[in-house]
Design a protein around this ligand. Structure first.
Ligand code: SAJ
Length: 416
C-alpha cells in the first residue's frame, strides 16, 4: 500500500510518520522546497513530543518531494486559513491539492481529506476537481473526510488514542478509510457521511471557543464585582455538571481561533458563535487596559512579554494573542521586549530572560509555559526599573513576587 500525504505541517507530517511507522510506503508532499530538503536529510520540521523518535523509526519507509505521484491513497492535510476580511475559509490549498492529485488518479484510489473545512467542501469542491480525471466518485474512486482531533503538545499520543470520526461519500469510502486508519488508531471509529464529519469537527472547536469565551467573560465580570474568578471557577467546578474552562489573554492556534468562522460563513443563524469569537479576540485589549492601569504615571514605559507561543509547552505562535497584545501595546507607545523559552523566531524578536527583563516597568505573562513558574522573583526584582507583573494565566506564586517587591495583578482577580 502506497500513501501520498499532501501537506507536511503539524498534522500531515506526524500522520505521514504514523502510517510509515505501520510499515506502509509513504510519499510526503509539500510545496516548500526547503522543508522537503530538510526532511530528506532526516531533519524535523518542528518540535513535538515523541516526534523525533517516531520519525527515526518511520524514515526508512518515507520519501519527500514537491510533486504528487501515483499512489493507492492520497491524504490531504493542507492548511485552511481564514480569510480575515470575509471571515470565511480560504480553500485555495485544498483546491490546489485536489488539482495536483486528479491527473495521477487511478481506479480504486482512496482520497481522504483531513484538513478542517466548511460543511459541504468534500462534495462541492473536491468531487468536481477529482472527477476531472474522468473517473467517477463512488464507482471508480473513493472519498472520505477524517478530521484530526490531536492537540498540539500531545499530538502523537492523541492521534493514536483518540476516537475518530470517519465520514465517507458512500459506505465503501467510509469502510476503506476506517480500515486504513486502523493500522495506527487505537481509539473507536464512529462512521458517518462527509458533511456530518465536516460539521462535527467544527462543532468540537466551536464548543471549546464558546466555553473559553464564557470563562473570559466571567473573568471580566469578576474584576468588576471584586471577586477572584479563579477561586470562583474552582468552586463552581465542584458541581457535578459544571466545568468552566480557564480565562486567559485570548485564544490562539490554528484551530479554535479560526474554525468557528467556517460555521458562520454559510449560516444566517449564528449568534453565540460569532459573539464568542469577539469576546476572545477582545482579550488582548482587556489585558492592555490592565497594563495601562498599572503603568499610570510611568514615563516612556518599557514592558516585557513572557511567552508568545499560543499556549504553554509549545513553540507554535500561530494566531497567538501575544501578537495582538504587542501590536496594541506598541500603538499605545510602549517599548515591548519578548522572552519565550520555546520560541526561537518571532517578528518582535526573542530575548534571553535577563535581557528581556532589564529596565522593564512591567512583566506581562501571556503564555502558561511551566518554566515561568521556576523564575526567581528576587533575581527579576533587581533587574526591573519598576516592579510590576501581570499574570494572565494565574500560574505564578503571587506571594513570592510580592515578597520580592512586585506589585502583582492577576487577570480575573477583582480584589487586591
Ligand atoms: N485556552 C484558554 N483557556 C482554556 C483552554 C484553552 O484560554 O481553558 C486557550 C489556549 O491558551 C490557546 C487556545 O485556547 O490559546 C486553544 O488551545 P487548546 O489547547 O484549547 O486547543 P488547540 O487549538 O491547541 O487544539 C484544539 C483541540 N480542540 C478541542 O479541544 C476541541 C484539538 O483537539 C484539535 O485537534 C485542534 O484544536 C485542531 O487541530 O482542530
Amino acid at each position: 500500500m502506497k500513501i501520498c500525504v499532501l501537506g507536511l505541517g503539524y498534522i500531515g507530517f506526524p500522520t505521514a510518520c504514523l502510517f510509515a511507522n505501520a510499515n506502509l510506503e509513504v510519499i510526503g508532499v509539500d510545496l516548500n522546497h526547503a522543508m522537503i530538503e530538510k526532511l530528506n536529510h532526516g531533519e524535523l520540521p518542528f518540535e513535538e513530543k515523541g516526534l523525533e523518535e517516531l520519525f527515526e523509526n518511520a524514515l526508512p519507509n518515507m520519501r519527500f518531494k514537491t510533486e504528487v505521484e501515483e499512489s493507492d491513497v492520497f491524504i490531504i492535510a493542507v492548511p485552511t486559513p481564514l480569510n480575515k476580511e470575509m471571515k470565511m475559509a480560504d480553500l485555495k490549498y485544498v483546491r490546489s491539492a485536489a488539482e495536483m492529485i486528479y491527473s495521477h488518479l487511478r481506479k480504486d484510489n482512496l482520497i481522504i481529506l483531513e484538513s478542517t473545512v466548511p460543511p459541504g467542501t468534500c462534495d462541492k469542491l473536491l468531487v468536481p476537481v477529482l472527477e476531472k480525471s474522468g473517473l467517477k466518485v463512488g464507482r471508480d474512486f473513493y472519498l472520505a473526510h477524517c478530521p484530526e482531533r490531536a492537540i498540539p503538545g500531545n499530538t502523537i499520543y492523541e492521534m493514536v488514542h483518540n476516537d475518530r470520526i470517519v465520514g465517507g461519500i458512500d459506505k465503501k469510502s467510509t469502510a476503506l478509510a476506517k480500515s486504513l486508519y486502523s493500522c495506527f488508531v487505537e481509539g473507536t471509529f464512529y462512521l458517518t457521511n462527509t458533511i456530518t464529519a465536516e460539521f462535527v469537527k467544527l462543532m468540537e472547536n466551536t464548543f471549546r471557543d464558546i466555553n473559553i469565551a464564557l470563562a473570559n467573560e466571567f473573568a471580566q465580570i469578576a474584576e468588576e464585582c471584586e471577586v477572584n474568578v479563579w477561586e470562583a471557577i474552582e468552586l463552581a467546578n465542584k458541581h457535578p455538571r459544571v466545568n468552566v474552562l480557564k480565562p486567559g489573554p485570548g485564544v490562539g492556534g490554528h484551530c479554535i481561533a479560526i474554525d468557528p468562522w467556517f460555521l458562520t460563513e454559510n449560516s444566517t443563524r449564528c449568534r453565540i458563535v460569532s459573539l464568542a469569537r469577539e469576546i476572545n479576540d477582545g482579550m488582548p485589549n482587556h489585558v492592555l487596559q490592565i497594563v495601562k492601569g498599572m503603568l499610570k504615571g510611568v514615563n516612556n514605559p518599557v514592558i516585557t512579554v513572557f511567552g508568545v507561543a499560543y499556549k504553554g509547552g509549545v513553540d507554535d505562535t500561530r494566531e497567538t494573542p501575544a501578537l495582538k497584545f504587542i501590536k496594541l501595546a506598541e500603538n499605545e507607545g510602549y517599548k515591548v521586549k519578548v522572552h519565550d523559552p520555546y520560541v526561537k523566531e518571532f517578528e518582535y524578536g526573542v530575548l534571553k530572560l535577563e535581557e528581556a527583563v532589564k529596565d522593564s516597568d512591567c512583566i506581562i505573562l501571556i503564555t502558561d509555559h511551566p518554566e515561568f513558574k521556576e523564575i526567581n522573583p528576587k533575581e527579576m526584582s533587581s533587574l526591573m526599573r519598576t516592579k510590576n507583573i501581570i499574570d494572565t494565566r494565574n500560574i505564578l506564586d503571587a506571594e513570592r513576587w510580592k515578597e520580592a517587591g512586585f506589585k502583582v495583578k492577576v487577570l480575573g482577580e477583582g480584589k487586591e
